[in-house]
Ligand binder design. Structure first.
Ligand SMILES: CC(C)(COP(=O)(O)OP(=O)(O)OC[C@H]1O[C@@H](n2cnc3c(N)ncnc32)[C@H](O)[C@@H]1OP(=O)(O)O)[C@@H](O)C(=O)NCCC(=O)NCCS
Length: 168
């Protein structure tokens, strides 16, 4: 059975989230065509023309307790409007979160609520530290995460990156 979580943003926008599954791969590929090339670079920390099969598989598999993908929809049977990923270490102590939003749905509070949903899921799994690696120039994500209670510090070994993290 599909388990939906209904969320509402501070702007009044309503949407729902569920776990990703393998059958979502084509819809996820279509979703990424509506993510700006800069946002793709910020999400994957590398320049991509399109999101390839291996990455799509990683975001839609269901058997790995270390990795969970989340998809957001405005309507149950509509297109994906946002996608998130929680990837954890083997001991399920540290988790890494990453989010992308369809360009047409940015600045409505979807990123904030999806981050909240994934943070809640990380707590449920027993994750103690939630992290995200950001490009230093990705000020909108870094600011959102700071407002959300994450702290930001330089990432050792790569001056272009910032490590943001939150103790859960
Ligand atoms: C960063 C990103 C996820 C933000 O998504 P979004 O849906 O456009 O953002 P939101 O509308 O939720 O938030 C916009 C602003 O409102 C704030 N906000 C939203 N809801 C809020 C709430 N309920 N309470 C307080 N503040 C809130 C956010 O902190 C943010 O503030 P800012 O403008 O000062 O940065 C999006 O720009 C994106 O996809 N970026 C590229 C990919 C990326 O960077 N991924 C890494 C993130 S883990």
């Amino acid at each position: 059975m599909i388990e939906w979580t209904r969320l509402g943003t501070r702007t009044g926008f309503k949407f729902q989230v569920r776990r990703a599954r393998p059958a979502d791969e084509p819809a996820l590929a279509r979703f990424f065509q509506h993510v700006t090339s800069e946002d793709l670079r910020f999400r994957f920390l590398t320049s991509l023309k399109q999101v390839g099969h291996d990455r799509l598989v990683a975001m839609t598999q269901v058997d790995d307790p270390q990795a969970e993908g989340f998809l957001a929809f405005e309507q149950d049977d509509g297109p994906i409007i946002a996608a998130g990923m929680l990837a954890c270490d083997a001991k399920l102590v540290v988790g890494e979160v990453a989010i992308s939003i369809d360009a047409r749905y940015k600045n409505r509070g979807v990123g904030w609520e999806l981050l909240g949903h994934i943070t809640h899921r990380a707590r449920e799994k027993g994750i103690r530290t939630l992290q995200s690696l950001e490009n230093r120039s990705n000020s909108s994500a870094i600011e959102l995460e700071k407002q959300f209670g994450f702290t930001a510090e330089s990432y050792p070994g790569d001056a272009a990156l910032v490590l943001v993290q939150k103790i859960l």
